[in-house]
Design a protein around this ligand. Structure first.
Ligand code: ATP
Length: 354
């Protein structure tokens, strides 16, 4: 078993006024790929570094495979790491770079050869084993770093933005390869990124962090479709989730004279304000029973879809329409907002109600 448990880790850097991580807790099951996602400065790297042993927490615990490793030095934690900057040794050939971890562990040469060849084959590095990193592209260098991390039989693989230095196209293809590779290996993985697409694409589960805490952890579908608060709804999705402020009136919510039905469980909010959260692609341009009228402000053809910026009751509502949809600014549209795609939030706490 190589599950990872992070229990209430607190870290304040010297001179720091705020906690970089604030009693953060996390569970990564044996063989699971968990992505830590959040904006810059939310504490992702700090958390990863405490798991790696590169940073000492003020309090809390890190448990790997049932063993408390909180104060154990990094090399005794049996984990491998891949960083954003292609951390390869420039003076060693690809072969020796990949085999480095095995060599320092005293693995016999023939076994090193077997494992290096296996990893090189998986990562399409076989033709480059005799080259120095300077003669490789950025993508190839990052493959070397990944190969080096997977040849050692570690309990845990840690990755900190490994794709962020690659150009857009390479990033896309390497992302898919990485997903295939890690799932085949079945190694417990903690992966840090601020890129929501990467997080949704790679993670068995995604843990969204904000200000040193995990605000929601769940499957990519869960965090995307049921954001636990307006921050998660706004951080995931491009464009992000829409939030419209309305007033509860019995069984309905009023948006400047227009209304939508409210789930029965929320009718106790009558007379109060409420926030409707709905994804731009959940809205269709269509007259229906549950809809709102909106005025088109901006029309943007995006190739695979059309993005409409509309106005409803003095508020902005983004709508993702099909690619062939056409509309003029100033045009009034009937929009359908399916009740099953509507989420309701408390405007004070910003938390999901239903
Ligand atoms: P990024 O995506 O930009 O790397 P992050 O989510 O990984 O951000 P951290 O790097 O963990 O965030 O930083 C969390 C907080 O701790 C930030 O406020 C940051 O300024 C602070 N911090 C990080 N490293 C140090 C350090 N070595 N000394 C002082 N403060 C630090």
């Amino acid at each position: 078993m190589s599950e990872l448990i992070v229990h209430e880790l607190v870290k304040t850097y010297p001179g720091g006024t705020q906690r970089a991580t604030d009693e953060v807790s996390l569970h990564v099951a044996d063989g699971e790929f968990l992505v830590l996602l959040g904006p810059s400065g939310c504490g992702k790297t700090t958390l990863l570094r405490m798991v790696a042993g590169l940073e000492t927490p003020d309090s809390g615990q890190v448990v790997i495979g049932g063993k408390d490793v909180t104060y154990l030095e990094p090399r005794r934690r049996n984990l491998s790491m891949v960083f954003q900057s292609y951390a390869v040794f420039p003076n060693k050939k690809v072969y020796d770079n990949i085999g480095f971890g095995l060599k320092v562990r005293g693995v016999p040469a023939d076994e090193i050869r077997r494992k290096v060849e296996w990893a090189a084959d998986l990562l399409q590095l076989t033709p480059y084993l005799d080259r120095y990193p300077a003669k490789l592209s950025g993508g190839q260098r990052q493959r070397v770093a990944v190969a080096r991390a997977i040849v050692v039989d570690s309990d845990l693989l840690l990755m900190d933005e490994p794709l962020s230095n690659l150009d857009a196209l390479l990033r896309l293809s390497f992302r898919a390869e990485l997903k295939k590779l890690v799932s085949e290996l079945g190694i417990t993985t903690l992966y840090v990124t601020h890129d929501q697409v990467e997080a949704l694409s790679l993670g068995d589960r995604v843990a969204v962090m904000r200000e040193g805490r995990v605000v929601q952890a769940g499957s990519p579908t869960e965090v995307y479709a049921q954001p636990a608060d307006t921050f998660v709804g706004g951080f995931l999705g491009s464009p992000p989730m829409n939030f419209l402020r309305g007033t509860v009136n019995g069984t309905h919510v009023d948006f400047g004279g227009q209304s939508l039905p409210l789930p029965p469980a929320l009718t106790s909010f009558s007379g109060k304000e409420i926030l409707l959260g709905i994804r731009p692609e959940a809205i269709t341009v269509d007259t229906g029973e549950t809809g709102l009228h909106a005025v088109v402000e901006v029309f943007e053809p995006l190739g695979s879809s059309t993005l409409l910026t509309t106005e409803v009751a003095g508020q902005v509502l983004k709508v993702q329409a099909p690619a062939d949809f056409r509309a003029e600014p100033g045009e009034r549209l009937a929009l359908r907002l399916p009740p099953e795609r509507c989420r309701w939030y408390d405007p004070e706490t910003q938390l999901l109600l239903e």
